[in-house]
Structures are given as structure tokens and as C-alpha cells.
Design a protein around this ligand. Structure first.
Ligand SMILES: [Zn+2]
Length: 238
């Protein structure tokens, strides 16, 4: 009987630990090592528009929308996509946007070896430099997932993890309509917000369409759009 109780207790502890670690792995505000920003702590009406994945053939369309709106954004690119579409990456840099590192393969960076993490990050950094980007390269984990090794590596190399606090097109019921995406962003953005959108795939036409409404709507409310490196300058450490 004692043995059964012990086994049940051990199993319960393992399950609780697994649940806690799983929640930590997807937390936007906490990681075990290094700096992480789900938003920037400021009272000023400044926000950053960030785009994940790509670059793909959708780049030209997105660039034209942003150019019409006179907004500079931050693109967290996938190394493998950038390698295939280097000219699109160069266009992003040429237009004055910032490039961030979203790993080479877009694998979940949990339970991966130190060497795997290093290669994913360094290979993508080199490609970003090849695209001509000269600024600080921020990092965003695929699917926002990180646990031990990734934050450890990033911290060792003085790298900042950039998450988000406004995520409109990850919820299928909102992502299917540009009006809903815009409404969600308008309702959830506050000073220092980091807005995340996915615009690099054909399935994301509604997200591309939403950019105009988001930018004009937030500008009407007095917001200014900043790149990630500009936005971080507004951060008041608490
Ligand atoms: Zn992604």
C-alpha cells in the first residue's frame, strides 16, 4: 500500500512539474535567463508593428502597404526563407525596416541541444547580415516557445528576446476577417505595445489587409509607430 502511495505521489509531482514547465515555455513575460520584452514599459503613445516568418513573395505587397502608410516595422525572418528569398530580405532592409532572428528552421526551440540552438541562431544572423542589415538583431522564438537552453544561449550572447502583447491573427475566429483583426488590435493596444501579425503567406491576406486599418486607426488615436530598436529606447525599467 505504501509503495502504491509513493508511486502515485511521484507521478503527481512529475505531472505538476511538466505542466509548470510547459506554461513557462510559452510565457510571454518570463524566461529563465536574459531579457524578455512582451511590451515596452512607457506612458508614451508609441507601438511597434512586428511581422513573423518569411520573407516570401508576399514581401513586395507588404512593403508597398507600409510605404503608403509611411511606417517602419520589424520583420522576424526565418533563416531558411531568407536564404531562398535573399532579394526580398534586401528589399526589407533597403526600405528601412528592421530584421530580427526567428531561427533558421522554425523548429520549436524546446528540448534542443546547445549546438542545435547555436546553429539556428548564428546561421540566421549571418543571412540577416548578408541581407545588409546592420542594426542590433533581436530574437523571437518560433511559436513563442523557449525553456532552458535557448534563453541560456541568448543571455550568454547578450541578446534580447522580443515577444508581443497584441496578437490578433493567431485566433482563427479573428484571423479570418481584416475588420476583426483591426478591431482586436484597436481594442488591445496600449502605450508600448508590440503588435504581432503574420503576413507572409497567401492564407494571410486578411492580415495584410488589416495593416492599413490598424495603422490609420492607431495614428488617429495619437500613436506613433516605431521599429523595435526605437521602441526599446522608451522603456522605463520598473
Ligand atoms: Zn513564426
Amino acid at each position: 500500500m505504501k509503495k502504491v502511495f509513493l508511486v502515485i505521489t511521484i507521478l503527481a509531482v512529475i505531472i505538476i512539474c511538466a505542466v509548470v514547465l510547459w506554461n513557462i515555455s510559452k510565457a510571454r513575460t518570463f524566461q529563465f535567463f536574459g531579457e524578455i520584452y512582451p511590451r515596452v514599459n512607457t506612458n508614451e503613445k508609441v507601438v511597434a508593428l512586428t511581422f513573423d516568418d518569411g520573407p516570401t513573395i508576399k514581401t513586395d505587397e507588404v512593403l508597398s502597404v507600409l510605404s503608403d502608410l509611411n511606417v517602419k516595422a520589424t520583420f522576424f525572418v526565418i533563416g531558411a526563407d531568407l536564404e531562398k528569398n535573399m532579394s526580398q530580405g534586401q528589399k526589407l532592409v533597403g526600405a528601412g525596416h528592421e530584421l530580427g532572428n526567428h531561427t533558421y528552421s522554425h523548429n520549436r526551440m524546446v528540448l534542443k541541444s546547445y549546438d542545435f540552438v547555436r546553429q539556428e541562431i548564428e546561421k540566421t544572423d549571418s543571412l540577416i547580415r548578408e541581407a545588409g542589415y546592420k542594426g542590433e538583431i533581436f530574437f523571437r522564438p518560433p511559436n513563442g516557445k523557449k525553456l532552458f537552453v535557448l534563453p541560456y544561449y541568448l543571455n550568454q550572447h547578450d541578446r534580447k528576446t522580443i515577444m508581443w502583447d497584441v496578437e490578433a491573427d493567431s485566433y482563427p475566429e479573428i484571423a479570418s476577417s481584416s475588420e476583426m483583426i483591426t478591431k482586436y488590435v484597436m481594442g488591445n493596444t496600449k502605450p508600448g505595445s508590440i503588435i504581432l501579425l503574420h503576413v507572409m503567406f497567401d492564407s494571410r491576406n486578411e492580415s495584410v489587409k488589416a495593416i492599413k486599418g490598424i495603422v490609420t486607426g492607431l495614428k488617429q488615436k495619437g500613436y506613433n509607430f516605431k521599429t523595435m530598436s526605437e521602441l526599446l529606447k522608451y522603456n522605463i525599467s520598473s
